[in-house]
Design a protein around this ligand. Structure first.
Ligand code: G6P
Length: 487
């Protein structure tokens, strides 16, 4: 395996035209967000042919920071379209990084999603290690780093996001030592027993150590990272800061959140509330509506909760007429064999439950494999009595926070895996170990039988926690910590 050197990365000089004013298209940005994906996704679904904003509070929060600082978002437009995405979105500039079909296989499906993703999620599926994938990961990271280097103003600030771009901080530092670099990992950072499997463990750590500030969802991830860096590189220091090659690197936990005001507003919208009533009526006004909303990913523990529901139906603790479940599985990474298998197994499990326990007009589990508009999701959150969030491992899980934000009347119960990052904040949830089917069943029963006072107390405790810090505060806290590193 070849070590990457500064000669591969390119000149250490900023790659800026001699006289930027000679080139009318050259507008360096003081603030750059770089993520694998742009904030837009292409949809060719009937009715919305074209580019749509990617859903979620993260895009809204970063967009508003970029708007205030006339920033630039650098990313990959996704695979679903041949067309170029627009060059601006909501007043912010977008810059595309192209990825070839081969790089899609080796960088995106391969190293990012079949090596790092499973390794960082407790190796729920065995990670695959291929040298060719690693080489392509390095090449694509270098392309991202060069694109940033060419577009960031002298002394500017760059915020790098997530596991697909872990080498960008170091590569960018070599190209542009003048810029301030923050990196945030949205998924867990694994403990050494897992990370040590990675043949390129030192390179990944060195890549991340190029940043001035490294942000993680939880303290445990920050601590895993810091310990590994001290063990495998020349870095010295503590869980909150390291010295590496003559530089000080801050490390912190910044649990991400949701756009509380947007969700509260949508949940109060009469049209959305009417839709929630319509959903319940359409299901025959069940005694209990249970809901799951997940990207269709093997980390999410969807089959575990279906198994628990199936056993409760077998045991006569639930009946398809009185208790109904809706499971929304958002299509994801469909060309990967693990994801294909997961879909296959999940759909078989759902159809077995319905075949055995459903009645004509009353399936026990209503299953949708599609992307839903955000207001339809909010209507589902409003309609559901019990929300099931049971991942085996999850960086945060914003579905849990979205559900809680919808329950302004303090009804609704959340069943939450103790292995979701959100469990450290949402102490009012019914906590479950997703590997423990009996435990999930007991929690569903507890939630079904809880009285109004207990339900109110639990929900208001969770809401207070989320209101304390929304996704805008999250972005502000990270950027304030990054600004401090440069003083
Ligand atoms: C997780 C990751 C994101 C990723 C998203 C969707 O939330 O942390 O980086 O963008 O999943 O996955 P995809 O592979 O479709 O980008």
């Amino acid at each position: 395996m070849t070590e990457h050197s500064s000669s591969q990365i390119g000149s250490a000089e900023p790659n800026i035209p001699d006289d930027p004013f000679d080139d009318p298209s050259y507008e360096p940005a003081d603030f750059v967000v770089v993520a694998n994906r742009l904030p837009l996704r292409h949809s060719s679904a009937p009715g919305d042919d074209g580019w749509l904003p990617s859903p979620g509070g993260l895009v809204s929060a970063l967009t508003s920071v970029l708007q205030n600082r006339q920033g630039l978002w650098i990313g990959w437009p996704g695979t679903s379209a041949d067309q170029e995405p627009p060059s601006t979105y909501e007043g912010i500039r977008l810059k595309t990084v192209a990825i070839s079909a081969e790089e899609y296989e080796e960088f995106y499906l391969g190293f990012s999603n079949a090596t790092i993703w499973p390794l960082y999620h407790d190796a729920i599926r065995s990670p695959t290690f291929h040298r060719t994938w690693w080489h392509t990961y390095r090449e694509v990271n270098l392309r991202f780093a060069r694109t940033v280097a060419e577009n960031v103003a002298p002394g500017g600030t760059v915020w790098v996001h997530d596991y697909q771009l872990q080498l960008v901080p170091q590569m960018l530092r070599q190209l542009r030592p003048d810029v301030h670099i923050g990196f945030f990992l949205h998924i867990p950072f694994p403990p050494s027993e897992l990370f040590m499997q990675l043949p390129w463990r030192r390179e990944i750590l060195a890549g991340l150590l190029g940043a001035d500030l490294l942000g993680f969802q939880l303290h445990s991830s920050a601590s895993n990272f810091s310990r590994l860096a001290r063990r495998l590189t020349s870095a010295t220091g503590t869980d909150s800061g390291l010295d590496f090659e003559g530089r000080a690197i801050r490390i912190g936990s910044f649990p991400i959140s949701v756009d509380c005001d947007q969700i509260v507003e949508l949940a109060a919208d009469p049209k959305v509330r009417a839709r929630a009533r319509e959903i319940r009526e359409g299901l025959g006004n069940p005694e209990f509506l249970l809901l799951g909303v997940d990207r269709l990913d093997y980390t999410k523990g969807i089959q575990q909760r279906i198994k628990a529901i199936a056993e409760m139906l077998d045991d006569g603790l639930l009946s398809a007429e009185r208790q109904v479940m809706i499971q929304i599985a958002v299509p994801s990474r469909e060309s990967d064999a693990h994801y294909e298998q997961e879909r296959h197994d999940l759909e078989r499990a759902v159809s077995e439950v319905n075949g055995e326990h459903g009645l004509v007009g009353h399936p026990a589990i209503h299953y949708l494999h599609k992307n839903l508009p955000f207001d339809e999701l909010i209507a589902l959150y409003l309609a559901a009595d019990i929300m099931l969030v049971t991942p085996f491992k999850d960086g945060m899980n914003l579905v849990a926070k979205e559900y809680v934000m919808c329950r302004g009347d303090l009804t609704g119960k959340l069943i939450l895996s103790e292995f979701a990052g959100a469990a450290t904040e949402l102490r009012g949830a019914y906590m479950v170990n997703p590997h423990d089917t009996d435990g999930i069943k007991e929690s569903i029963l507890l939630a079904m039988n809880a009285g109004p006072k207990e339900t109110r107390d639990r929900m208001s405790r969770m809401r207070r926690m989320i209101f304390r810090r929304n996704v805008y505060d999250w972005a502000k806290a990270f950027l304030a910590a990054l600004a401090l590193t440069t003083q």
